[in-house]
Design a protein around this ligand. Structure first.
Ligand code: CIR
Length: 253
């Protein structure tokens, strides 16, 4: 069960943030509405919310997930791989001081985005991507192993972040898309397989008694409901325009 989440209001500078998509410019009013709906969904899941104010100097900082990796026992402050985002970690460290005594750090030349890290019970899967380099992945593997967890490094082929294409719902069930569907590292799990035209829905989050999933992905939501999970659907269009998904918008612990 998660008790806490950290989220951050998107600033007007979000429009100038990083993206690889060709889905058009985000609409700021809609973006705020979608962010508010995200907060409401989290409230329904029963977590306590720490909402950080927008910071205009960091356009992508609403995607707080990339700045840390959290477990019940310790926090790892990441070293975000995009230069314009790297200093976002400072604010997150100061907020996490309220919740954690024990910190580890990913250090340069290692880089790591939290979006490249999937925890499946006591096992961390760590993607190597354009943002997370081999050295950063190796450092995180060393940290989690020193704390009694397992670590597996997964070089990515196409996905932006590891969690762009895979989620864990608990009970040994994962949601997989694209290159992860037949990936040898994930063979031991029960799988919900996302159709190619629904790929964006592979990034969903289990928060206590609900799975939060992007709106409009009928086949994926049907499979998740059939597997016995209650779902909350959220419109995510304005975040998708900047390569963001549901997991990216919060740190959950
Ligand atoms: C970026 O390029 O960093 C943001 N526009 C999107 C970050 C998405 N984060 C995530 O998947 N964890």
């Amino acid at each position: 069960m998660y008790k806490n989440v950290i989220v951050k209001t998107p600033g007007e500078s979000y429009m100038n943030g990083l993206t690889t998509s060709d889905l058009g410019s985000p609409d700021y009013e809609k973006l705020l509405e979608q962010h508010n709906a995200y907060l409401e969904a989290l409230k329904k899941c029963g977590v306590s919310i720490t909402l950080l104010p927008a910071s205009e100097e960091f356009p992508d900082s609403t995607f707080v997930e990339d700045t840390a990796v959290l477990t019940p026992e310790f926090a790892v402050i990441s070293n975000p791989g995009a230069a314009s985002r790297n200093k976002e970690k400072k604010e997150i460290k100061s907020v996490l001081n309220r919740f954690y005594d024990k910190f580890h750090y990913i250090k340069s030349p290692g880089t790591l985005d939290g979006g490249d890290v999937l925890q499946v019970d006591d096992h961390f899967y760590i993607g190597i991507s354009d943002r997370t380099n081999e050295e950063g992945a190796r450092q995180l593997k060393g940290i989690v192993e020193s704390e009694g967890y397992k670590g597996t490094i997964v070089p990515l082929q196409k996905f932006f972040h590891l969690k762009t294409g895979i989620s864990y719902l608990g009970n040994n069930v994962i949601v997989t898309a694209g290159e992860f569907i037949d990936h040898s590292d994930f063979q031991q799990y029960k799988k919900i397989t996302v159709a190619p035209e629904e790929e964006y829905s592979a990034n969903c989050i289990r928060v206590n008694n609900y799975v939060i999933i992007p709106k409009g992905y009928k086949d994926t939501i049907h499979q998740i409901n059939e597997a016995g999970y209650e779902t909350i659907e959220l419109e995510m269009s304005e975040f998708q325009k900047h390569d963001g998904g549901l997991s990216c918008l919060s740190l959950r612990f």
